[in-house]
Design a binder for this molecule. Structure first.
Ligand SMILES: [Zn+2]
Length: 227
């Protein structure tokens, strides 16, 4: 049994990091500092006081509206905090108090940030992918981590394999279709996964993401065929 106090602590941690993720999603693509500068309402530009800036809770108390201008605060802030709390709790359930848990929490916050920046701006910040690659490689020298993580040789192969496979797809796609299918950001992202989980994770991730992509593409195709 996991004690309730631990769960509350992990949930608060998840909320705070989710809130930090929101700041990154908003500021990283604009090259604004992530640490400096207080948060303000994007609509009326008024500074947000600390008690209106509590993850999840403030959003519910203010029922999703800015205290000053009463205009709606995007549900996206709430969703990011919520998803992050859930993923922190799941990681904690699976790996308890361990270095593996801390590493996976760092990875999941980062992926949440990357995913949402990519969704909004179609870019994947190098500052994030490169730091994750380095961290993924360095951590593979620690023999005491959970066996979901590979050793450093496997990690290194995974990183290059992940990058290389997307890079070659981009290359051949460009030769055949004369246009871009994917960006190098995707290659870097797969390199991150390779460095973190070893080469074996690469075909697995490609398989999963193809299914994921198909789920999105098929309804579109059916519409086109009907027309
Ligand atoms: Zn406002």
């Amino acid at each position: 049994m996991v004690p309730a106090v631990d769960l509350i602590f992990v949930a608060i941690l998840g909320g705070l990091w989710g809130s930090f993720a929101n700041v990154c999603i908003y500021r990283l693509p604009k090259d604004k500092g992530v640490v400096s500068g207080r948060s303000h309402c994007p609509k009326c530009k008024k500074k947000i006081v600390w008690y209106d800036n509590i993850p999840i809770i403030s959003y519910l108390i203010l029922s999703g509206k800015c205290r000053k201008c009463k205009r709606e605060i995007s549900l996206h802030y709430f969703t990011v905090e919520y998803i992050n709390i859930m993923s922190f709790l799941i990681i904690y359930f699976l790996f308890g108090i361990s270095m593996t848990t801390i590493l996976l929490m760092i990875l999941s916050v980062s992926f949440l940030i990357i995913f949402l920046i990519d969704l909004k701006h179609f870019i994947i910040p190098n500052s994030l992918t490169f730091s994750l690659m380095i961290l993924g490689f360095i951590k593979s020298f620690d023999p005491n981590l959970n066996s979901i993580f590979p050793n450093y040789i496997n990690s290194l192969i995974g990183g290059f394999f992940g990058y290389g496979i997307i890079f070659s797809i981009i290359f051949f796609y460009r030769q055949i279709r004369k246009k871009e299918g994917m960006g190098l950001g995707d290659a870097k992202l797969l390199a991150v996964i390779g460095f973190w989980f070893g080469w074996i994770s690469i075909p697995f991730v490609i398989f999963l993401s193809s299914i994921f992509a198909l789920v999105f593409v098929i309804p579109d195709l059916i519409k086109k065929i009907k027309k």
